[in-house]
Design a protein around this ligand. Structure first.
Ligand SMILES: *Cc1c(COP(=O)(O)O)cnc(C)c1O
Length: 363
């Protein structure tokens, strides 16, 4: 699905040098590499503050902690995303309140948000799934009207934009994952939170180091969730290639769509309001499970993101709803199939993949 080693080999010299530089420096926790990387990301996303942390999951948790979210609170989000988005809400003792998705973008449908807002709603977490922005204007309007903060889960969408604005800087906070397979991937776990709010930025900065500003003085409850100096140094190298890699992903996506033309297979749509960064290239098939089985037999890599909607997951069932509650999500979970998408794809590989999918669909 991804080719992290192929990508590393192309920039091996720079990466190896950066790794050795950090190892020889003795500065392993925080320090210049981390703060420089935070500044670079803040500039890129056109936000004032960026705070590194240990993962995208932690970014979500720390962002909610900074808002003081806890027991009795409700957080509005999508049931069609990676588990981390809901897991962190539940972990803090709050309740995920789901709204169904838009069938074309797979993203939370803003027209369904108003009806679930209560006096307990403490945040809205839109997820820019597969690399495409949520339709943010209506969402921001509702959030502002009720005075509810927005936490953008942009773990799959670094570099995506919405009406010319980078995602991550549209809501109150933006949460980034640098998991190795993400569009900007570390050599291990890493994450970041961005915001334009100085008060929140200060809280975030404290929470990731045990709620402390001055060592051994703890003002609020925090965690240990720092971005490694080593990962920061390596990410700084890879960051220089991000736009080029995004371009490569977008090109690969248009090659796929061209090759699928006329096959009757539903390909991803790029909404007119923004730039899709194709973390995933996701098609839709009525007989998805059968096609997936055939592709596995032929050893054609593919993935299903995500086969079980979060409202139907056993772990969060206390907050769950019965099957049938979110029909658009449930249908998507039965039909989506993601194809290999990375910066090292060539057209021959893509032709083979498309041919295999089309054959599997017909048989
Ligand atoms: C990857 C991902 C996360 C979690 O990020 P980690 O760095 O793996 O903890 C959260 N939300 C979404 C939508 C993701 O894709």
């Amino acid at each position: 699905m991804v080719d992290v080693v192929g990508q590393y080999k192309k920039i091996k010299k720079e990466i190896d040098e950066a790794a050795l530089r950090v190892i020889s420096s003795g500065q392993y926790i925080l320090g210049k590499e981390v703060s420089e990387f935070e500044n670079e990301i803040a500039r890129y996303l056109n936000v004032k503050y960026a705070v590194g942390c240990a993962s995208g999951t932690d970014a979500l948790m720390v962002a909610m902690m900074a808002l003081g979210i806890g027991p009795g609170d409700e957080v509005v989000t999508t049931p069609f995303t990676f588990a981390a988005t809901t897991e962190t809400i539940v972990l803090l003792g709050a309740k995920p309140i789901y709204v169904d998705i838009d069938p074309a973008t797979y993203n939370l449908d803003p027209s369904k948000i108003e009806e679930v807002i209560t006096k307990n709603t403490k945040a809205i977490i839109p997820v820019h799934l597969y690399g495409q922005s949520v339709d943010m204007d209506p969402l921001v309007r509702i959030a502002n009207h009720h005075g509810i903060p927005i936490i953008e889960d942009m773990c799959q969408a670094i570099g995506a934009d919405y009406k010319g604005k980078m995602v991550g800087g549209i809501g109150t906070m933006g949460c980034i994952s640098f998991f190795p397979s993400k569009n900007l991937g570390a050599f291990g776990d890493a994450g970041m939170i961005v915001t334009n709010d100085v008060v929140l930025a200060e809280k975030l900065r404290m929470i990731v180091v045990h709620g402390s500003r001055v060592r051994y003085k703890h003002e609020i409850i925090g965690v240990n969730s720092r971005l490694d100096a080593l990962q920061a140094a390596l990410l700084r190298i890879k960051f220089q290639y991000l736009d080029q890699w995004t371009h490569a992903r977008r090109s690969a996506a248009s090659v796929y769509s061209r090759l699928f033309a006329g096959s009757g297979i539903e390909v991803p749509c790029e909404a007119s309001y923004g730039k899709h960064v194709f973390h995933q290239y996701t098609i839709r098939l009525k007989n998805r499970d059968k096609v997936s089985y055939t592709l596995s037999e032929k050893k054609v890599p593919h993935g299903v993101y995500y086969p079980i909607p979060l409202h139907l997951q056993e772990a969060y069932s206390a907050a769950g709803k019965p099957k049938g509650t979110f029909p658009v999500t449930e249908k998507a979970a039965d039909e989506v199939l993601s194809l290999p998408m990375h910066t090292e794809l060539d057209e021959e590989q893509q032709k083979y993949i498309v041919q295999s999918v089309v054959e599997a669909m017909k048989n």
